[in-house]
Structures are given as C-alpha cells and as structure tokens.
Ligand binder design. Structure first.
Ligand SMILES: N[C@@H](CCC(=O)N[C@@H](CS)C(=O)NCC(=O)O)C(=O)O
Length: 202
C-alpha cells in the first residue's frame, strides 16, 4: 500500500494522521500536483492528492474514502462509529472541516493569481464560508472534550487539520483568538504524536 500525497496537503495530513492513530504502516510517495510533469493523473483522473494505492493497484480517492477505508482495515482505534446517526454526525464534522479547507484553498489559489485578475467578490464569498464554518465548529464543540463521543474520532482529526492548515496558509483567520475552545482543543491535538509528526513542510 502506498500513499501518493504532498507534505502540505491538509487532506493528505488527515489521512496520514488516521494511519498514525491506527498504527497502519504505509509507504509515502511525494507528488507535486502543480508540477508540469506530475504523474498524479495516472492514479486519480481528477489530478488530486491524496491517493491510496492498494497492493492490488486499486487506487482510492478522495481523502474521505481513504479515511473510511483505513478505519475498516483494523479495529485499532476506531475513528468512525459503526452506523446510524453517530456515524453521520462524525462524517458531518468531516464535511464541515473539509468544507472550511475547500474554501480556504480557493482563497489561497485565487491569491496566487496576478493581483489584477483576482476576484475580490469570490475571495469574500469563500472567506464567508471559512468564518461561518469555523464559528459553527466552535459552537458545536462547545465545552466538550472531543467533537464526538468520549475520545478522538475522525471528527477531531479533520477539524484539527482544517484549522492548522488555515493557520499555516491563511493566518489572517485568527481562530485561536476568536474561539478559545478551538484553541484549547487544537493545542491538545497538537500534543499527539500523530499531529506532531505530520506538521506541513514546504
Ligand atoms: N476532496 C479532495 C480534495 C483534494 C485536493 O483538493 N487536493 C489538492 C492538494 S491540497 C490537490 O491535489 N489539488 C490539485 C488540483 O486541484 O488540481 C480530498 O478530500 O482528497
């Protein structure tokens, strides 16, 4: 099994943390999807990372599918509840966290264009999604120890990856100052080896 990914992708980080929490060994293959000679299209027609290539060469994407697959590979540290409402709630956290990241990535990419070409209304629209998503996460978390249940789940991992990516690439979203409960939660996550060992590197 090998993971095709980059060391800065927040979606790939989510998958790497899932692997670490579940003690799953996997070869890491670094891929720059923005390079002219990228071969990512051979593994994912959408040209995106992460991609998990299984031993029989089946390629799994995207990060949500990979996380779900990995959780079923071993019962060690179950990260997604078996079914029903509990499962849907954890997956909703993941959708919220990935949605914050999606909007942040849209801003990050737009800002890379020539200043004259950048869509300020587009950036504002995406920034509204980031702000609203982060505020919803803070409300949902409240004063609970974990996003869902009594221990770490995919919900905490996805939220931690989204907020830490924002801090890495778009620090103007000052979620630590605005939402002390998110700060405390992410501080706790960062103390785990799975987060400490997957800090984005450029
Ligand atoms: N929904 C996808 C998003 C993956 C994604 O957008 N990855 C970025 C890297 S952070 C990428 O490969 N972008 C290349 C592109 O959009 O062409 C997932 O969860 O895996």
């Amino acid at each position: 099994m090998k993971l095709i990914a980059s060391l800065t992708s927040p979606y790939a980080r989510k998958v790497r943390i899932v692997m670490a929490e579940k003690r799953i060994e996997c070869e890491f293959v670094a891929e720059n999807v923005w390079a002219a000679d990228t071969r990512v299209g051979e593994f994912n027609p959408l040209g995106k990372v992460p991609v998990l290539v299984l031993d029989d060469d089946l390629c799994l994407y995207d990060s949500r599918v990979i996380a779900e697959y990995l959780d079923g590979v071993t019962p060690v540290s179950r990260l997604i509840p078996e079914g029903g409402r509990e499962r849907a709630l954890v997956k909703r956290w993941e959708a919220l966290a990935d949605g914050i990241t999606d909007a942040g990535v849209a801003i990050f990419l737009e800002r890379k264009r020539d200043a004259a070409l950048q869509g300020t209304d587009w950036i504002k629209r995406q920034a509204g999604k980031v702000e609203a998503g982060v505020a919803a996460a803070a409300r949902e978390l409240g004063d609970r120890d974990w996003c869902h249940g009594v221990g770490i789940t995919l919900a905490d991992i996805a939220l931690g990856c989204a907020l830490l990516w924002l801090e890495f690439r778009l620090p103007q979203f000052s979620w630590r100052a605005q939402h002390p409960n998110l700060k405390a939660h992410v501080d706790k996550l960062e103390a785990r080896a799975s987060f400490a060992d997957s800090i984005p590197r450029v």
